[in-house]
Write a new protein. Structure first.
Length: 425
């Protein structure tokens, strides 16, 4: 029998949650046992004190180390060992994979903190791992431990009755579940999909798989990154949703120099090549290189023509394809007019920045917006945009957060990273 011990100062909280439903039947049948352990039973003073003030001052009380340590040692002695899990906001977020992993243990002990948490020596002396239910605050770890026990215990063989039931559920397969229907076949004008009444199990399985993929893409696109997808799944996903209408412009004027003066910057060969390749890779509709300097446009034009029509077109076919969507423009208004002519509406102008204080749209919102409206994402050179550029922009995209504090990427790196993050949703 699996044993799930809960270290708490409120053991009565666990009386009702496991007294009803399928888990109560599993407990009665001896599949597992929920064992609330009152931490107060392991105190040494007449007041049965389990908390105290913090050393060094600070708001709130802490759970004391001694009673928790003694309780765990007692459980280990009686049960021949146990895996100790602290309910902790610092811990790894609990997932279905954790439930699968933890169901293999014969004994689990959940430590439920209260107030400001537990004395850090609890972590040092008895805890094997820390888990968090999510990015929100509870009054204590009891509710989190209940949810985890539920998620773990229902995976035990025989608990749910139908051995295949857990395998078909959301998160278990790596995707959200398809919609479910039962009788009646029609209610208030809403009908069960005809395919489910057809008796064609092959067609039904295909419908369910496609609905599962569609729901996951719509509600939890992040899950698709780790889901086990077949080639057929990937082809189907490509047919879903609207194609993104993203345009990119690299501005060389008006830009600021180091002294904050308005200047026109030079077109670099690396920006021309690398951003063209990134935009083609991510299916950007057009890449505009914007400069009012005729001489600079002529030089860039010769480079592009070499790869599109000259010897470069035969030497490197991939580079020819990359430059197919690259266009030289006199000014930003010309690029906007070109998009408006193609789309029939003015594009949403989205500026980029390295300052979080200016940002008012994140990558996921940008991804969704670009499916509904054409969007022109503008990138700067030199020392950044002038205020006039920000004033004419409709939105400002959040900056790239890297692993460190350094935030001075080359523009060609920034374009690639931002496109990758937008197209990941």
């Amino acid at each position: 029998m699996k044993k799930y011990n809960i270290l708490t100062i409120f053991p009565d909280m666990f009386r009702d949650p496991f007294a009803l439903g399928v888990l109560s039947k599993a407990i009665d049948s001896g599949f597992f046992q929920v064992n609330p352990v009152d931490v107060r039973d392991y105190t040494a003073d007449k007041h049965r004190t389990t908390d105290d003030y913090q050393y060094g001052g600070g708001q709130g009380l802490l759970m004391k180390v001694e009673p928790i340590h003694k309780a765990v040692e007692d459980i280990k002695q009686k049960q021949g060992g146990t895996r100790v899990i602290l309910m902790d906001p610092r811990g790894k977020r609990f997932t279905q994979e954790d439930a699968e992993r933890l169901k293999e243990y014969d004994s689990l002990t959940f430590v439920c903190g209260r107030y400001e948490g537990v004395d850090e020596r609890v972590v040092d002396l008895v805890v094997d791992e820390s888990l968090s239910l999510g990015d929100f605050v509870l009054t204590g770890g009891e509710f989190a431990s209940m949810v985890m026990v539920d998620a773990i215990a229902r995976l035990l063989p025989g608990v749910l009755g139908d051995e295949n039931s857990p395998l078909e559920e959301s998160h278990q397969s790596g995707l959200l579940e398809h919609p479910h229907y039962t009788r009646p076949a029609e209610y208030e004008g809403a009908e069960v999909p005809e395919i489910l009444l057809s008796g064609n199990h092959g067609a039904i399985d295909k419908w369910r798989r496609e609905k599962s993929l569609a729901l996951t893409k719509k509600c939890r696109p992040d899950m698709l990154k780790t889901a086990n997808l077949s080639d057929e799944d990937k082809i189907y996903l490509d047919t879903l949703g609207k194609k993104k209408k993203i345009y990119v412009a690299l501005l060389h004027y008006p830009m600021k120099d180091k002294e904050k003066e308005n200047v026109a910057t030079s077109i670099t060969n690396m920006d021309l090549h690398d951003i063209s390749r990134s935009c083609t890779t991510y299916d950007v509709k057009k890449y505009y290189v914007v400069t009012p300097l005729k001489a600079k446009r002529e030089i860039a034009s010769r480079v592009i023509k070499h790869w599109l029509e000259g010897y470069g077109a035969t030497y490197n076919v991939n580079r020819k394809q990359a430059f197919g969507g690259t266009h030289l423009m006199d000014g930003l208004l010309d690029a906007i007019a070109d998009i408006e002519k193609e789309e029939g509406v003015r594009p949403v102008i989205v500026a980029t920045t390295a300052r979080d204080s200016r940002a008012n749209i994140d990558f996921q919102e940008m991804s969704a917006l670009s499916e509904d409206k054409p969007c022109l994402i503008i990138f700067g050179t030199g020392w950044g945009f002038t205020e006039d550029i920000f004033k004419m922009s409709d939105r400002v995209l959040k900056p790239i957060d890297g692993a460190g504090n350094f935030n001075h990427l080359s523009v060609r790196s920034a374009v690639a990273i931002i496109l990758d993050r937008i197209y990941s949703f």
